[in-house]
Design a protein around this ligand. Structure first.
Ligand code: HEC
Length: 144
């Protein structure tokens, strides 16, 4: 009997998740898609390397102004199209691909990947106004 209720419970969770995933534009979505949410993911997983000492080929992710310059059709972040955004492609590469971000050795959580995806799907909204610095949070990915 307990198993039965457990199964009902999980089915419910499934319905909720699927329901959220297909929520129409402007509908209720489970994962926040604001820049604030994406910012936290970038500050935890990317900003450590993609700042002042980055290599030439690395897009800068360290200020809102730099980030805004990466957004646009044919650019690193294609609004509304995570699958066409190089910025997102590298995040979902499997570990064995050398270009996987963050580089192999650090796993970015599924929930964080989903935040980035939904932010891009929402058109990669950025705050208006003054330039803000993104600050690396926590240990540099790959420090162990
Ligand atoms: C440990 C350091 C490090 C972290 C953390 C990191 N990157 Fe990178 N990133 C690199 C290096 C190194 C390169 C390759 C530079 C080169 O050789 O051109 C790179 C390249 C890239 C590129 C360019 C890929 C291409 O096709 O040229 C993108 C986009 C990128 N990173 C996005 C991200 C994102 C998004 C995150 C966070 C989820 C992240 N990176 C986290 C070090 C890092």
């Amino acid at each position: 009997m307990k198993l039965f209720w457990n199964l009902i419970g999980w089915a419910g969770v499934g319905v909720v998740l699927i329901g959220c995933r297909h929520a129409p534009e402007g509908g209720v979505v489970e994962v926040p898609v604001t820049f604030a949410a994406a910012r936290q993911v970038l500050e935890t997983n990317c900003v450590h390397c993609h700042g002042d000492y980055r290599l030439k080929g690395m897009p800068p992710i360290d200020t809102t102004r730099h980030l805004a310059k990466l957004i646009g059709p044919g650019n690193w972040i294609v609004p509304g199209q995570p699958e066409k955004s190089r910025f997102f492609q590298v995040v979902i590469f499997p570990d064995e691909i050398p270009g996987a971000m963050p580089p192999t050795g650090h796993g970015i959580g599924k929930a964080e990947v989903e935040v980035l995806r939904q932010w891009i799907v929402a058109g990669a909204p950025m705050p208006e106004g003054r330039n803000e610095r993104l600050r690396p949070m926590g240990e540099a990915p790959r420090s162990r």
